[in-house]
Ligand binder design. Structure first.
Ligand SMILES: *Cc1c(COP(=O)(O)O)cnc(C)c1O
Length: 410
């Protein structure tokens, strides 16, 4: 399917994409096609469609106008992309991307900060298929070249890292990979192509959990794999072979979500930076993990490579035990405990990154927390969270070394 008009800004394309009259018949939102069987009246029509299955409906699993509308919109928001396939979840999309590069005896590199279920696929899918899986320090940058072997099939990236927000030097890793003809895969869920245009930065295969910012309303699960021209035929063929597709009502929710992605992300990002700053100034907090703040080890790379901040950051408390987190969490009015992010509602999540690591160490003075900043008023969110930190400090007596010095922003 054709991509959206290249002459417009990506934000404009998000409003227009996937709305060609051929898909919508002029209705503003693409209709929801519930389809398995598609019928043909003549042998000639049937054979013509089978000879050119991309020319229209053939069978539900091969796609419908609803699905093509979303795939077009996702491809169009990533300049340089050749195409996108939908999957029923982000994890399913990651498995599809990995299976396009999996070969017995092949070697694949993963950042130590990868999303936990991605580690699960490395260990539980790729290893049993006979692949060698190696984890690397997410801050390795150009040093990745030393990890590349004759058998290396792909370098996987996720930036910033899940839970801990290490920013990867994606351009340096891409350069090292290209020099050896190795495929790069990026999980771009945190940034979306709006904040990090993956294809333009030389990524070969991009994965997104659409569950997060594209759907944006915590009411559907979906994933996508987007590929550069040289990789698109493989990605498309593998998705088809695996029988991956997504349900039409959920696809509709993602299409509705993508229209407002740009203003939502701007608001999420503004609030997240404000809250990260406020949290970093609180004496009960020893460290904020937020590359959007000066002083964070990833700040320079984030400033160089990203067009804005996203909705989540983490922080480490200056003392106390995990059980003490109830003093922080239980009386919050605006944050519920929950996985995921990207929805309109704020979330708080106790995290434990240390036991997941195998190539690096994660050190912390106290328990750690991840915050997803929703679309509530930033002042309300800040007051609620700071009141929680005040309760935590009062009940645990943990006000860190910075208590005397007051509000040091990190
Ligand atoms: C949530 C998430 C996924 C998985 O997406 P699901 O849609 O929940 O399967 C993958 N990668 C990252 C970075 C995520 O945050």
């Amino acid at each position: 399917m054709a991509r959206a008009d290249d002459n417009f800004d990506v934000r404009t394309q998000l409003v227009r994409a996937g709305r060609r009259p051929a898909l919508t018949q002029g209705i503003v939102n693409p209709p929801v096609y519930h389809a398995s069987t598609c019928t043909f009246e003549t042998l000639g029509d049937f054979d013509a469609r089978r000879a050119d299955p991309d020319s229209g409906l053939l069978y539900g699993r091969q796609g419908t106008p609803t699905i093509w509308a979303l795939e077009e919109a996702l491809t169009g928001m990533d300049p340089g992309a050749a195409g996108t396939k939908l999957f029923p979840s982000g994890v399913a999309a990651i498995s599809g991307a990995l299976l396009t590069v999996a070969r017995p005896g092949g070697h694949i590199l993963f950042p130590d900060s990868a999303y936990e279920p991605t580690r699960g696929l490395a260990q539980g899918l790729l290893k049993p298929l006979g692949m060698e899986v190696e984890f690397y320090d997410p801050r390795i940058g150009a040093g990745i070249a030393e990890r590349i072997r004759e058998t290396t099939r792909a370098i996987y990236m996720e930036s910033p890292g899940s839970l801990t927000f290490e920013v990867q030097d994606v351009p340096a890793i891409v350069e090292a990979a290209k020099a050896r003809g190795i495929t790069t895969i990026l999980d771009n869920t945190w940034a979306t192509p709006l904040l990090f245009p993956a294809m333009a930065r030389g990524i070969d295969i991009e994965v997104q959990s659409l569950t997060k910012f594209i759907v944006g309303h915590s009411d559907a699960m979906m994933g996508a794999v987007t590929a550069a021209p040289g990789h698109w035929p493989r990605v498309k063929a593998m998705a088809k072979r695996l029988g991956q597709t997504a349900g039409p009502d959920d696809v509709y929710l993602a299409l509705r979500g993508i229209r407002t992605l740009a203003p939502r992300l701007r608001q999420h990002g503004e609030t997240a930076l404000r809250l990260a700053r406020a949290v970093g100034a609180h004496p009960a907090v020893s460290r904020v993990l937020c590359p959007g703040l000066p002083g964070d080890p990833g700040h320079a790379l984030w400033q160089r490579d990203f067009a804005g901040y996203s909705s989540i950051f983490s922080f480490i408390l200056a003392g106390g035990e995990r059980a003490d987190l109830r003093h922080l969490i239980d009386d919050l009015a605006l944050y519920s405990i929950g996985f995921s992010f990207g929805g309109f509602e704020s979330l708080i999540l106790p995290i434990e990154p240390a036991p997941l690591r195998t190539a690096t160490r994660f050190e912390a003075d106290g328990p750690a927390i991840r915050i997803h900043c929703g679309l509530e008023d930033a002042g309300d969110l800040e007051a609620d969270l700071i009141a929680g930190l005040d309760r935590y400090a009062a009940r645990t007596g943990s006000s860190g070394a910075r208590a005397a010095g007051g509000a040091a922003t990190r």
